[in-house]
Design a protein around this ligand. Structure first.
Ligand code: KG4
Ligand code: ZN
Length: 333
C-alpha cells in the first residue's frame, strides 16, 4: 500500500490529489480562471502568482480531506510538463521542497499521460493495452497505451488547433465567454444539429495517409463565415452543429484506431472529455463497434491533482525509479 500526493500546476488550476494505491482520498482544486476570464485566455504570469498564493492552502485541505499527515506519505508526484513554464515551476519547486523535507521519492509526471491515468482510479480491471483519445485545451491526440507509465505510442495528433482550443475560439466569436467548452456544451443542449459543418481530414486520401490526425482550423473558419453571412443565426443551433462536427470526427478517428490496431478498448480523457455530447455519442458508437469505453467523471476530465497522484501511484507500483522533476514544457508526445 502506498500513499501518494499528486501536484498539478501546469495551467490555471492549483490542484492536489491524494491516492492510496488506486483509491482516491482527496482532490482539491483552486482555480484562477476568474482572474483570466476578462483577458479571454490564461495569462501565464497571473497563473504563476495564483499558484504561489494557493499552494499551501490546497495542500492543507487535501491532507485534511484524506485524513492523513505529511509524515504518512510514501511518494510525491508532480506535473513536470507540458504546460506554462512559470506555472509548472511553482508546482515543481513546491514538490521538490516537500520531497526533500520528508525524504521521500519525487516523480515528475507527464500531464497528458496523467489525464489518461486518472481513469485507472475508477475501476479495478485491466485496461491496457488501450487506445486513448486525449482531448484538452492544448492537445488532441490518439495514442496507443501499452503501459501508461512507460510505453505510450502516438498514432496521430492535431495539425493545427486542439479540440478544446477550437471550442474556446468559437465560443469567443459567439460571445459565449471563456473557457468556451462548457459554455458551448450548455448552449448546444437547447440547439438543433441543422448546419453541416466540415469534418477535417476525412477525405479518402486523408483516411489513407493520415487516418488519426485532426485539423480544426477549417471548421473554425467555416463557423466564422457562417456567422458573418447569416444575420439571424440561432446561436444554440450553431453551437450544437459545431459541437457535432468536432465530436463526430474525434470518434470516427478513435474508433478507426481501435479497429486498425485490434484493440477493443477506448479511453477518452482531457478537458473536452467532459463534453456531454461527446460522452453520449461515444457511448452509442462504442457499443455498436464492440469497444469497451472508459471516460472519467466530468470533474476528473479537466485538470486536477488526482490524475497526477494516480500516475505517480502507478509508477510506484510499477517499480519505476524516481528521478525527481524537471519542469519542461517540451515534454509533449
Ligand atoms: O485538460 P484541460 O482542463 O486543460 C488542458 O490540459 O488544456 O482542458 C481544458 C479544455 C478547454 O479548452 C475547455 O474549453 C475544454 O477543455 N472543456 C470542454 C468542456 N469542459 C472543458 N470542451 C467541451 N465541452 C466541455 N464540457
Ligand atoms: Zn490538462
Amino acid at each position: 500500500m502506498s500513499l501518494v500526493i499528486g501536484i498539478e500546476t501546469s495551467c490555471d488550476e492549483t490542484a492536489i490529489g491524494i491516492v492510496r494505491d488506486r483509491k482516491l482520498l482527496a482532490n482539491v482544486i483552486s482555480s484562477s480562471m476568474d482572474e483570466h476570464a476578462r483577458f479571454g485566455g490564461v495569462v501565464p504570469e497571473i497563473a504563476s502568482r495564483a499558484h504561489l498564493e494557493a499552494f499551501l492552502n490546497v495542500l492543507r485541505q487535501a491532507l485534511q480531506d484524506a485524513n492523513v499527515k505529511l509524515a504518512d506519505v510514501d511518494a510525491i508526484a508532480v506535473t513536470e510538463g507540458p504546460g506554462l513554464i512559470g506555472a509548472l515551476l511553482v508546482g515543481v519547486a513546491g514538490a521538490t521542497g516537500l520531497a526533500s523535507a520528508l525524504d521521500k521519492p519525487l516523480y515528475g509526471v507527464n500531464h497528458l499521460s496523467s489525464h489518461i491515468a486518472v481513469d485507472y482510479l475508477t475501476h479495478d480491471e485491466e485496461i491496457e493495452p488501450t487506445i486513448a483519445l486525449l482531448v484538452s485545451g492544448g492537445h488532441s491526440s490518439i495514442l496507443q497505451v501499452n503501459d501508461i507509465t512507460k510505453d505510450v505510442i502516438k498514432l496521430g495528433a492535431t495539425m493545427d488547433d486542439a479540440a478544446g482550443e477550437a471550442f474556446d475560439k468559437i465560443a469567443r466569436i459567439m460571445n459565449l465567454g471563456f473557457p468556451g467548452g462548457p459554455a458551448i456544451d450548455k448552449e448546444a443542449a437547447h440547439g438543433k444539429i441543422n448546419i453541416d459543418f466540415p469534418r477535417g481530414l476525412t477525405t479518402a486520401e486523408d483516411w489513407r495517409t493520415r487516418p488519426y490526425h485532426f485539423s480544426f482550423s477549417g471548421l473554425k473558419t467555416a463557423v466564422a463565415r457562417f456567422l458573418e453571412q447569416t444575420p439571424n443565426y440561432v446561436r444554440a443551433d450553431v453551437a450544437a452543429s459545431f459541437q457535432e462536427a468536432v465530436v463526430d470526427v474525434l470518434l470516427q478517428k478513435s474508433l478507426r484506431a481501435c479497429k486498425d490496431s485490434g484493440i477493443d478498448r477506448l479511453v477518452i480523457a482531457g478537458g473536452v472529455a467532459a463534453n456531454s455530447r461527446l460522452r453520449q455519442v461515444a457511448g452509442e458508437r462504442a457499443m455498436k463497434a464492440g469497444v469497451r469505453l472508459h471516460i472519467p467523471n466530468p470533474g476528473l476530465c479537466t485538470d486536477n491533482g488526482a490524475m497526477v497522484a494516480s500516475l505517480g501511484s502507478l509508477m510506484v507500483s510499477g517499480g519505476i525509479a524516481a528521478k525527481g522533476a524537471l519542469a519542461d514544457s517540451a515534454l509533449a508526445f
